[in-house]
Design a protein around this ligand. Structure first.
Ligand code: ADP
Length: 565
């Protein structure tokens, strides 16, 4: 800006000086020309008066007078005969001069006594001013001056004029610089943070008001953006899913902590890094590139810890143009495991059903084909009955499990359940079975109430007690205890049976897992009893564990959460 003001002020000064210079020259020229006209006319009158004085003298003497005049003056002196013949000329030989009768100034003088004209001289070839006077002798006296005289005067005036112009220009530039510095100084020290506090030219007020308004607007927008950023971070940092926002160059704009954890990346700020640096997965980068181009992409992968991840990529469009994509990472390990266990369960169910059905079919075929001796038919019928009973028990347990699979705590009619009474009912139901097995069953403890589904809890306690009898020895004991332990309601079922090997203990709650296969089948086990117990406990927010020493017996402990008291 400073430079521009300086430049334009200097140009202005220069142009002004040049215009002044030209105008001065033009005016000077006009003045000098007019002065020359007046001077020539005055001299002509003087010379004419002189010639009138000496008209009685001889022609030679008159010529001498004219020669003397011609020498003493810059003007050209010409004497013309009334017939136009040039008698004398101070600059040229009259013999070589043409007739001057037709010259305008001569014609004018012959008619009115005096004449004047300005033109280019045919004799001298210069722009010339002529003035002519008719003498009493009839002759015409003509005096002329060329504009060269005027130009000479002007040329003398040019150097001082140019000097003056240079001085004026220099002074103007210096003044322009000083002025610019003074004008610009307050602008340079403007406080744009607080525009209204500036004490500067009035003309700046609208601009400063606008800057103030824009400052306020920007501050509001920054505040809105900051709040949104905080909201976004609060939401994403509490998400269990990983969320990564990428720009169109696959640079990370934001990655939440779940994304970093699930992808097994180093815990640090990944903003600005390329996706390939973050995950090293080329397939993911390719899919991300495709997503940026506008398509929805997804892929499944496993992280270093073996978790199954589902990654979905969605493009982000801003005003119709692709600007990046969003990567959502979901840990589907549980779903994956559930699907796998469902598949395994189905396979196991088929297998478990097939065994008794094959037996039933075999015995029935033998009886129907008459292959069985009449004495054996009764035994075969008993076997068919036993296998059918096993089938019924199996189907019964499968139905209970599938019902539990579909149940959620919210969908169930929870009510206060008194555990001691529940355990009493169960032990009473099993007392006969226990006696048949020569096992003594006792109940101890105190009433404890939990919130739950009575039928389901009864089922779980029944399964534990039933196992404790089934896997016991003749003359053994089963002790059921109900009470509080460390502030939590709990129920323990202890037996003096064969116990469970430590390598089997982590698996006995799995569906169809049998620690002792042959014994389980002999006692009519389905392999689903403890799975049902575990499921019931999960629904009630309780935990179940086993403490067992091989050969000494097992204790199953169900512990409810304190909130369930
Ligand atoms: P089952 O119908 O075969 O009894 P469960 O799921 O109830 O199936 O039990 C799984 C396995 O755990 C059983 O097959 C058995 O080997 C073992 N088990 C369960 N309870 C006891 C116990 N009280 N003592 C010894 N082993 C047990």
């Amino acid at each position: 800006m400073k430079r521009k003001i300086n430049l334009w002020t200097s140009v202005l000064a220069l142009v002004t000086c040049l215009v002044t210079f030209c105008a001065t020259l033009a005016v000077s020229y006009q003045t000098a020309f007019h002065r020359m006209e007046t001077e020539t006319s005055r001299q002509a009158a003087l010379v004419a008066a002189g010639l009138e004085e000496i008209k009685s003298l001889s022609q030679e003497m008159r010529m001498e007078y004219l020669v003397a005049v011609g020498k003493s003056d810059r003007s050209r002196v010409t004497l013309i005969d009334p017939d136009g013949t040039v008698i004398f000329d101070s600059n040229t030989d009259p013999d070589h001069m043409e007739n001057h009768l037709e010259r305008p100034e001569v014609q004018e003088a012959m008619q009115g006594g005096q004449g004047a004209a300005a033109r280019t001289s045919s004799t001298l070839g210069h722009q010339t001013y002529y003035t002519a006077i008719q003498l009493s002798t009839g002759e015409i006296l003509r005096l002329s001056n060329t504009t060269d005289i005027v130009m000479d005067d002007l040329q003398r005036a040019i150097p001082p004029l140019l000097l003056i112009i240079l001085l004026v220009c220099g002074l103007s530039m210096w003044l322009a610089h000083q002025l610019t510095v003074r004008l610009v100084a307050p602008i340079n020290t403007l406080n744009l943070e607080k525009p209204l506090e500036n004490n500067i030219y009035e003309e700046f007020s609208p601009l400063l008001s606008k800057i103030h308004a824009q400052n306020l607007q920007i501050q509001q927008q920054i505040e809105i953006l900051r709040r949104r950023q905080v909201e976004f971070e609060a939401i994403t940092s509490n998400m269990s899913e990983g969320l990564i926002v990428l720009d169109d160059e696959l640079r990370i704009l934001s990655a939440n902590s779940a994304a970093v954890r699930l992808m097994g990346a180093e815990t640090r700020d990944w903003s600005g890094e390329n996706l390939i640096v973050f995950s090293r997965d080329t397939t993911l980068s390719q899919k991300a590139r495709a997503a940026v181009r506008g398509g929805k992409e997804s892929l499944a992968c496993e992280n270093k810890e073996g978790a199954h991840l589902h990654l979905s990529l969605s493009p982000v469009d801003v005003e119709g143009a692709p600007r990046g994509c969003v990567l959502l990472i979901v840990d589907v390990s549980e779903r994956y495991a559930a699907e796998r266990s469902r598949r395994e369960f189905t396979a196991n169910v088929s297998h478990e059903l097939k065994t008794p059905l094959t037996s039933i079919s075999g015995y029935a075929e033998m009886v129907s084909l008459g292959l069985a001796k009449p004495d054996d038919v009764r035994g075969f019928a008993q076997k068919i009955h036993d296998e059918a009973g096993r089938l019924i028990a199996l189907v019964d347990d499968i139905m209970k499990l599938s019902h539990l699979d579909e149940s959620t705590p919210a969908s169930l009619p929870f009510e206060p359940v008194e555990l001691y009474a529940l355990a009493y009912e169960t032990t009473e139901r099993l007392r006969r079975t226990a006696e048949e097995q020569n096992v003594e069953i006792t109940l101890e403890g105190a009433p404890v109430t939990v919130r739950g589904v009575r039928r389901m809890l009864g089922e779980a306690v029944f399964n534990l007690c039933d196992n404790a009898i089934k896997y016991n020895r003749a003359g053994g004991r089963v002790t059921v205890s109900v009470g509080m332990s460390h502030g939590c309601a709990c129920i323990k079922v202890a037996d003096s049976g064969a116990g469970i090997a430590s390598e089997d203990q982590p698996h006995i709650f799995e569906r169809f897992y049998r620690a002792d296969k042959s014994h389980s089948k002999t006692v009519g086990g389905t392999g689903l009893g403890l799975a049902i117990v575990k499921h019931v406990c999960e629904i009630h927010g309780a935990s179940v564990r086993v403490e067992s020493v091989l050969g000494q017996g097992s204790t199953f402990i169900v512990t409810f959460k304190p909130a369930d008291r």
